[in-house]
Design a protein around this ligand. Structure first.
Ligand code: OGA
Ligand code: NI
Length: 318
């Protein structure tokens, strides 16, 4: 059974913050400083924002979507080696939310590939490797630059946080979600409410809306500006910032007429980094609210249990 939601709980009138990546990377010091503040505010008030002027060529993004579409269209035999594996297998193809729990539910198809620190790829389609390598590299550079500005906004030392998270070996996963059309829909979930496990997640969709975020206790539609990348903050930014930047709850609904596709890439700490609140943000007035846990263990627990919403964070909450 699919889950249904009511449109009456939705608000859509608020405008999502926009971050101009061009200013973060090439602005004057004053412009950059203003944008760092805007980013800090977006992280604190929303956990969600649109990034414009990010420099990823439209063609590369379209090719990435197309390559994933071709991958989904391969025969079951060709996809079989990647179906039903363990969460830490570097390539997985499946349906539903959790491959162990949601057998047979196919309103969401996904492909998940680990692309950093080790790069993995599927052999087919033939152009997949080149496109995904380039796409991963570009999105990782954007994600790491955003994180750098986030550390700056938090007033924490970049080299310390990079060392604590072992960011040179940052874990990056490339995911595609394919949501087939669902008759009489628009109110049926393709993806249940959840937060993402990493530090930041970057999302690009095929022009079909369906993503909703929970903002100030209300669900709202997200309508990204054309060519913008949607970014949300994840659980490990919440842990690291000792709860200052909360990961945002989000979900996806199906479209009744057309298939929706999203390409999502999450950037997190190294899998073997033990993440805890950064000491710069912990003091007598704000004691640590999370304990340390190895990122790999968190990922495994979050993905293999049917934890609801932000339940995984309770694993480390003090
Ligand atoms: C995800 C996710 C939403 C979407 O992959 O974590 O939240 O719109 N996807 O596809
Ligand atoms: Ni998500």
């Amino acid at each position: 059974m699919a889950s249904f939601i009511s449109h009456t709980e939705l608000v859509a009138e608020e405008i999502i913050p926009t971050i101009d990546f061009g200013i973060l990377s090439n602005g004057t010091p004053d412009q950059r400083s203003d944008m760092v503040q805007a980013l800090a505010k977006a992280c604190e008030d929303w956990g969600f924002f649109m990034v414009v002027n990010h420099g990823i060529p439209d063609q590369l993004r379209d090719e990435m979507l197309e390559a994933f579409k071709t991958l989904f269209d391969l025969s079951d035999d060709e996809k079989r080696p990647y179906v039903g594996g363990h969460v830490l297998d570097p390539i997985r193809i499946g349906t539903g939310f959790n491959s162990k729990i949601d057998i047979g539910k196919c309103w969401r198809h996904y492909a998940k590939i680990f692309v950093h620190p080790e790069f993995h790829s599927v052999p087919k389609p033939l152009n997949f490797r080149n496109i995904s390598q380039e796409y991963s590299k570009c999105t990782r550079a954007i994600g790491l630059e955003l994180l750098k500005a986030i550390w700056e906004g938090l007033g924490i030392d970049e080299s310390r946080v990079k060392a604590a998270l072992k960011l040179d070996s940052a874990f990056q996963i490339l995911v595609a979600n394919l949501y087939p059309p669902y008759p009489n829909s628009g109110t049926t979930f393709g993806f249940l409410p959840h937060s993402d496990h990493g530090l930041v997640t970057l999302l690009y969709q095929n022009g079909v809306d369906g993503l909703q975020i929970k903002h100030k206790d209300r669900w709202m539609y997200v309508k990204p500006a054309p060519n913008s990348i949607l970014v949300n903050t994840g659980d490990h930014l919440e842990i690291l910032s000792n709860g200052k930047y909360k990961s945002v709850l989000h979900r996806a609904v199906l479209n009744s007429e057309v298939a929706r596709m999203s390409v999502v890439t999450a950037i997190g700490p190294a899998l073997d980094a033990i993440v805890e609140p950064i000491p710069d943000l912990v003091n007598g007035d704000s004691p640590a609210v999370f304990r340390g846990m190895k990122y790999r263990d968190y990922l495994e627990q979050q993905q293999s249990n049917s934890l609801v919403e932000k339940g995984a964070l309770n694993l480390v909450r003090l």
